[in-house]
Structure formats: C-alpha cells, structure tokens
Design a protein around this ligand. Sequence first.
Ligand code: SAM
Length: 216
Amino acid sequence: MTHYRPRFQMDCDGVSVTTADHLDGGGSDFGKAYIRFFKEDFVGKTDSLLEWCCGPGFIGFSLLGRRLCKTLTLIDINREAVDVCSKTIQGNGLACRASAHRSDCFDDVPAEARWDIIVGNPPHVNTRTPGSTDFQRRKPPVIYLDTDWAIHRRFYNQVQGHLRPGGSVVLQEKYRFADPMIFQSMAEDAGLAVVGAVQCSEPYEEYYFMWTRLPL
Ligand SMILES: C[S@@+](CC[C@H](N)C(=O)[O-])C[C@H]1O[C@@H](n2cnc3c(N)ncnc32)[C@H](O)[C@@H]1O
C-alpha cells in the first residue's frame, strides 16, 4: 500500500508551493527543465502564461518566481489541485499576478480567455503503451492516464481558441510513452504550426517539449 505525506511546502524559485505527494506528477522534478528551455530555446512572448494540468503548479510558479512570465493562470480537473494552488497564491501574496481554476481541459474556461503561452505536464500514459506499470502502481490514474490520448486530442482541438496570435503551446512529454509524431499530427489537424520536439536538457533527457504555435 502506498503511503502519502500530508500537505507540505516546497520552494519553487522563491515561491513557497503547497503540495502533496499524490498531486505531484513529476513537475517538482523533470518540470525544472522548463526554466532552461525558456532561458535558452524559447523565442516568443511570455507575458501571460497558462499552466494546463497544473497539479500544485510547480512549473508555473517557478516560471513566475524567475520572472519568466508576468501573469500566471493555473487550471486542473482536480479540485484538490486547484485548492493547493489557491493556498500558494494566497500564502505568497500573488493574487494580483496569479489565479487558479478548476476546468476539464478548456470546458470551464471563458471562451474569450487567451494566453501568450500555454505549458503543461499532462497525463503521459496511454493504457495501450507497454511498460507503464511502475508509475501506475505509485500514483492515482488522474495523474498519468490518458486512454487513447483522448485528453490530449481534446486539448489540441480546444487550445487554438485560447492562444493570442503567434502564441505557443509547450507541453512536456516522455519519449518512452509517446512518439512526438502522435502529438504533431494532433496539433496540425487543429491548425497549429509545429515548431518542433525539443529534447529536455540534462538530467531530464527522457522528456521532450512538444512546441507548437498559432500562426500570426
Ligand atoms: C502528470 S500530472 C501533472 C501535475 C503537475 N503539473 C506536475 O507537473 O507535477 C497531470 C495533471 O493533469 C490533471 N488532469 C488530468 N486530466 C485532466 C483534464 N481533462 N483537464 C485538466 N487537467 C487534467 C491531473 O489532475 C493532474 O494534476
């Protein structure tokens, strides 16, 4: 049986993030690769940033803490994740720069809401993918499971309407579970231009950033 620690605080680049083991989908570890990506590889505007599938918001709060974005919106289907993000916002006095909301993909996001950049570490495992059992034993399915890539497909079908012109989507994915071609065709079918699949910097080379963009 898995024993989870109760809620605790974790420093994410100067932001004290409220978290819990069962909400952590790896953003506190390999999600750190986003910092180097934004400093060295990313070209584009990052004023307003959305973290989709935010969990406790490790990625978004780190980018905000490093001043790599000006405002941060966090969304997740799990109310408990949204609740811990709200605690972090309150505890760090970030209410004028950050907000957290419950939403299943973009279903509960206002139709007119748009961002410069959307990041996220979504569920990585399609049940049909072999070799995924270790992670499945350790975490609740909402963290890892995306059967037949239905969540990704819905995300790519909806995301175009929530990007500013020229806006980017940078999702963190794992080579072992999904070939970049899977997401490339989903994004192209949805009218996004594919910038590329960028391998994460060491020590997170098992992961890549799927970078797509809404044409200007
Ligand atoms: C791999 S975890 C990542 C959590 C956190 N961002 C991290 O990096 O540790 C995936 C997250 O996606 C959320 N999620 C799953 N299905 C979703 C959906 N349909 N819409 C929004 N969020 C979803 C889960 O609740 C979970 O927090």
